[in-house]
Design a protein around this ligand. Sequence first.
Ligand code: GUN
Length: 288
Amino acid sequence: MAAEVISGKDLAREIKEEIAAKVPEYVKEYGRAPHLAVILVGEDPASMSYVKSKGKDAEQVGFRSTTLRLPETTSEEELLEIIAGMNADDELDGVLVQLPLPKHIDEDRVIAAISKEKDVDGFHPLNVAALWQKTECIAPCTPKGVMRMLAKAGINPEGKRAVVIGRSNIVGLPMSKMLLDANATVTVAHSRTKDLPAVTREADILVAAVGRLRFVTADMVKPGAVVIDVGVNRDPADGKLYGDVDYIPVAEKASVITPVPGGVGPMTRACLLENTVECFLRKMNKKN
Ligand code: GUN
């Protein structure tokens, strides 16, 4: 039996339409649209493409959008100075520095330098702490997007066994916390996990965030599982993008699956727009 496919592309379009419909109201009430700034350092092709899409999304929904492309040779001090300027800009609501950064720049220092009120990625240590303490936070876009997709497909994680493969700060760890908060029983698996297939076969909800082409094979999936593919990998054989999941055989076994492209990726971007609105509204409502 073939799995139901959750289209992140369609759901993201709905979310973007909802946001776009509200922007004129924001302009009327607060005098301007939300404003997102994206900074790219260097010329990594994947990052260039992501940054371009983020700017395009922001413009599409009627936000003000600033994209700053800096040379690979930009120093950490220069970048920190730019961020300080953006933090102080009263007409700017969200600041995103595309990762990874060149090796000579300390990523943690840069992330911590972004004002937590403008941290649309939800990567600032205080936003991370707020997520883990269940106080008001800006939630990271990718796991937030995954939770939205599960909700859209009518999947309640409560009581289910969830396995997240990957323990990154960007996806694996916040994903595990959000699933835990939704009352799933969560396992975080990683490169040192022994007998990974035995662990993943326990999963009612399996989230793959490994960054390895077709890493999750059908023998690793329990029949009827919900499979969420966060990976984006280019296959050198055909130059096209594929996920971490060996899609065709896994889709035969799963009950629900997300495609790549058109799955989690567009939802990450839609949630970035939502986070920008959240930062904008908090700022505006603080003023009043
Ligand atoms: N690089 C890969 N994913 C992300 C993300 O969600 N945010 C930023 N800033 N960089 C990334």
